[in-house]
Design a protein around this ligand. Structure first.
Ligand SMILES: NC(=O)c1ccc[n+]([C@@H]2O[C@H](COP(=O)([O-])OP(=O)(O)OC[C@H]3O[C@@H](n4cnc5c(N)ncnc54)[C@H](OP(=O)(O)O)[C@@H]3O)[C@@H](O)[C@H]2O)c1
Length: 282
C-alpha cells in the first residue's frame, strides 16, 4: 500500500519507539502528528522529521486525560485531513514484585498503558466507522496500532503489572481486529523485545529505584534492538497489514515455550530473582 498522504497520530512520539516510528512514517510519505507530555522531545522529533522533508506537527497531551484521543484526532484532521492510522504507543513500566505492588500503582500503570490506548483506538475506530457510513471512505478504511510488548505473551519477575497491561492491550487488539475487519479497518499489536530507549530508566525512576536492575544492561545483546528496527517493522505492517508486529523469531519461540513448557520456563525465569525482593510489603 502506498502510504503517501495518509496521516498518522502517534502518542509518545517525542522519544524512543514513537519518535523512530514518526521519522519512518514521515519518510514513507505519511503526515505525522506526535504527542506526549514533554514539549522539548516532541519539538526535537518534529525538527528531525521536517529536516528530512517530512510533515510533522506536535501536541502536548497527557494520555490519561480522557479527552486526549478526540483532541489529537481533531488536530490531525485540521492539519492534514482525516487520520488514516493511529499508533497508541505512549507507555511506561513498573519494576516491582507482584506482592509489593499497591492498588494505586496498578491503577496508574493501567491508566497509561491500557485505558489510554483503548481510548485512542476506540475513538479512531468510531470516527472511521462513521465516515464509512457517510460513504466517504475507501475500501481500506484505516489502521489502528497499539504498542504492546513481547511480555504481553509471557511475564518475567518484577514486571508482572507491566505485562498485565500489555496482555490486556493485546486481547483488545485481537478482538477488535476481528470486529473491524468487515469495515476494512486493520488492527495490529506491536510486540517489541528490549529496545534501547529511555523506557528502563523512566521505569526505574517511577519505581523508586536508582537504576534498572532487571533492565537493559542485563539483557543479552541478542535480545536488544534499536527503536529504528521496530519502526521499520511498523512501516512494513502499515504497507502490508498484519495482525502482529514482531522483530525477533527467537522471542516468538519463547512465547511458544511459555505455553507448552510452563515448568521449564518458570525455572528459567527464576534465574532473574533477587533474594532481597522477597520481603513482605511494609
Ligand atoms: N523499550 C522497550 O524495551 C520496550 C519493549 C516493549 C514494549 N515497549 C513499549 O514501547 C512503547 C514506547 O516505549 P519506548 O521504549 O519508546 O520508551 P520511551 O522512550 O520512554 O517512550 C515512552 C513515551 O510515552 C510517553 N508517555 C508516557 N506517559 C505518558 C502520558 N501519561 N501521556 C503522554 N505520553 C506519555 C513519553 O513521553 P512524555 O514522558 O514526554 O509524556 C514517551 O515519549 C511503550 O508503550 C512501551 O511499553 C518498550
Amino acid at each position: 500500500m502506498d502510504l503517501s498522504g495518509r496521516p498518522i497520530v502517534i502518542t509518545g512520539g517525542g522519544t524512543g519507539i514513537g519518535a523512530a516510528t514518526a521519522r519512518a512514517c514521515a519518510a514513507a510519505g505519511m503526515p505525522v502528528l506526535i504527542a506526549g507530555r514533554r514539549v522539548e522531545p516532541l519539538k526535537e522529533t518534529a525538527v528531525q522529521v521536517k529536516a528530512a522533508g517530512g510533515r510533522c506537527e506536535h501536541m502536548q497531551v497527557d494520555v490519561t486525560d480522557p479527552t486526549h484521543a478526540a483532541t489529537l484526532l481533531d488536530a490531525a484532521e485540521a492539519a492534514f485531513g482525516f487520520p488514516w492510522a493511529v499508533f497508541a504507543n505512549a507507555g511506561r513500566g513498573l519494576d516491582r514484585a507482584g506482592h509489593r505492588t499497591s492498588d494505586a500503582e496498578l491503577r496508574d500503570i493501567f491508566e497509561v498503558n491500557f485505558f489510554a490506548s483503548c481510548r485512542l483506538l476506540n475513538e479512531a475506530a468510531n470516527r472511521m466507522l462513521r465516515r464509512r457510513e457517510e460513504g466517504g471512505v475507501e475500501p481500506s478504511g484505516g489502521h489502528l496500532l497499539a504498542c504492546s510488548s513481547c511480555v504481553a505473551k509471557f511475564s518475567v519477575p518484577y514486571h508482572g503489572a507491566y505485562s498485565a497491561t500489555k496482555a490486556s492491550q493485546d486481547m483488545m487488539c485481537q478482538a477488535m481486529r476481528a470486529e473491524l475487519k468487515p469495515a476494512g479497518i486493520h488492527v495490529s499489536s506491536v510486540h517489541p523485545i528490549s529496545t534501547v530507549t529511555e523506557f528502563f530508566d523512566v521505569s526505574a525512576s517511577l519505581s523508586g529505584r536508582s537504576q534498572a536492575p532487571t533492565g537493559l544492561d542485563r539483557t543479552p545483546r541478542l535480545f536488544r534492538q534499536s527503536p529504528d528496527r521496530v519502526a521499520k517493522a511498523i512501516v512494513r505492517c502499515l504497507r502490508r497489514p498484519r495482525p502482529e508486529v514482531w522483530t525477533s523469531r527467537l522471542v516468538r519461540l519463547t512465547v511458544a515455550a511459555r505455553s507448552l513448557l510452563p515448568r521449564i520456563m518458570d525455572r528459567q525465569f527464576r534465574s532473574m530473582l533477587e533474594p532481597d525482593r522477597l520481603k513482605p510489603s511494609d
